[in-house]
Design a protein. Structure first.
Length: 471
């Protein structure tokens, strides 16, 4: 097996025997062969340590389980944009975007056209199996005329247009240096596919331009065929519509050269609006009484409850105290009333995963949030909830400390319902001793410092929440 593959595939949850070396693809699927050729080319060219693979949304979404290179997961169709960001941030990187027909030719069509027209040295592997495979076998932009899918049960009709010939579309652009369409249905075609993938990488390695390889691949599952029958179908049905061969091959001279990015402190500070001035710290050590290395928190409620604000403050507090911290917001499109929650991590050294599926600390502003996330809190964790809103909290593990604080009522007594989030944050601080109260006040002064009245009200709310917890 190529050295560019991981020595074992963790996709199967530490599986032993064959499971440690098998992919998740269906029998006869073309993705496995394309992975193999890509891994071999990376190893032969000696670029493993420089390669960044951008995984799609689709059947190849788990590419990062197999290729032992830098890996990035892109949103549906957005692999070209993510690949561009990698290449511009690190011009020495070998960037490979790997996409299927639904991902590239439908959702991501605008991105692939614009990025290919730019022509920067990058490599695009486009796997065309004529169907949306992972999502249930719907019609794709490359589905053949009269081909039946779950959304064209009587066959693709003229009314929805002809199949999109992506390789030809890309080849007519000025940007790409090399475009070829290959297939996998026999040994001769597999050798050509192997060579094409290596050439697309070589064009990038030599800084001559962008390489694009379209691979006609079998999908026996959604064709309802055996692997052998699917190979015959690709040869007899797909190839006449999608002719194989080189569509463009320009002998361009190396041209790509970018100034390497500088990462001096003064430059970074200017970019993010930071300062090199020292920040006063109040914590004596990492709050290891909660977890020795990595503490996860979740703030949850409805839009307008202020979960995002106190999540940002918490993350800022941790950073001020010299620890690594991440904050990820999650909310619906509604500015008020929709779901809203935030995940925060605080690590003694480095946050390895920003999500908080099993939080140590939870703040819930309404009953649905408490009902949903309460059972997920780690044993020995702490839950603070708004008792003004939640009348019947769920039964949680006996090791979890539950603190009912009338956050909304306290906030109204202070003059504004909007500060109930700071009431909850103060209660959490007093209950958990995550960081000293002064750490939070310092972060609040930074956030609200130019609005004196708002700062004073938020400080009162925080103190009131802490007092409620202590009493």
């Amino acid at each position: 097996m190529s050295g560019a593959f991981y020595p074992r595939f963790e996709r199967h949850d530490h599986g032993e025997g064959l499971k440690a070396f098998s992919t998740h693809y269906c029998p006869g699927c073309g993705h496995g062969l394309v992975h193999k050729y890509l891994a071999e080319a990376i190893e032969e060219l000696g670029i493993q340590d420089r390669t960044i693979a951008v995984s799609p949304v689709g059947c190849a979404v788990f590419l990062y389980y197999y290729l032992d290179v830098g890996n990035t997961q892109a949103a549906h169709g957005r692999a070209p944009a993510v690949a561009l960001g990698h290449k511009l941030a690190n011009p020495d990187a070998m960037v490979v975007a790997y996409q299927g027909d639904g991902d590239l030719a439908s959702i991501g069509l605008a991105e692939i056209i614009q990025i290919c027209q730019m022509g920067l040295p990058m490599t695009f592997i486009f796997v065309n199996n004529a169907v949306y495979a992972m999502t249930g076998g719907q019609m794709a932009p490359t589905t053949l005329m009269d081909q039946t899918t779950t959304t064209t049960p009587t066959g693709r009709a003229r009314l929805v247009g002809e199949p999109l010939k992506v390789a030809e579309l890309v080849a007519q652009l000025d940007g790409p240096a090399y475009v070829e369409r290959v297939a996998l249905f026999d040994n001769k075609q597999r050798v050509r596919a192997q060579r094409a993938i290596k050439k697309a990488l070589t064009v990038q390695l030599e800084n001559r331009g962008l390489g694009f390889v379209e691979v006609l691949a079998e999908c026996p599952t959604h064709l309802h065929m055996t692997p052998t029958e699917a190979e015959v179908w690709v040869r007899e049905k797909m190839v006449p519509i999608f002719p194989l061969g080189v569509k463009k091959d320009v002998e361009a001279e190396p041209w790509f050269e970018l100034d390497r990015r500088r990462f001096e402190a003064d430059q970074l500070c200017r970019c993010v609006g930071a300062t090199e001035e020292s920040i006063e710290q109040f914590a004596e050590s990492f709050p290891a009484h909660i977890h020795p290395r990595d503490i996860s928190l979740k703030y949850a409620g409805a839009g307008g409850d202020g979960a995002q604000t106190i999540a940002a403050i918490t993350s800022q507090v941790a950073s001020n105290e010299g620890f690594d911290s991440t904050y990820i917001p999650s909310y619906g499109p509604e500015s008020r009333g929709g779901t809203s929650y935030a995940d925060v991590h605080i690590a003694a050294e480095e946050v390895l995963s920003p999500a908080s599926p099993r939080p140590h600390l939870l703040v819930a502003f309404n009953a649905p949030s408490l009902q949903k996330f309460g059972p997920l809190v780690e044993e020995g964790g702490i839950v603070v909830y708004d008792a003004s809103v939640v009348e019947s909290p769920p039964e949680l593990d006996s090791s979890i400390q539950m603190l009912a604080v009338p956050c909304s009522e306290i906030a109204l007594d202070l003059g504004s319902i909007k500060v109930k989030n700071l009431v909850a944050l103060g209660a959490l601080q007093a209950m958990s001793q995550l960081f000293p109260g002064e750490s939070f006040f310092a972060a609040m002064r930074k956030r609200f410092g130019n609005r004196a009245s708002l700062l004073a009200l938020n400080e009162k709310a925080f103190e009131a929440g802490a007092q409620a917890a202590r009493s």
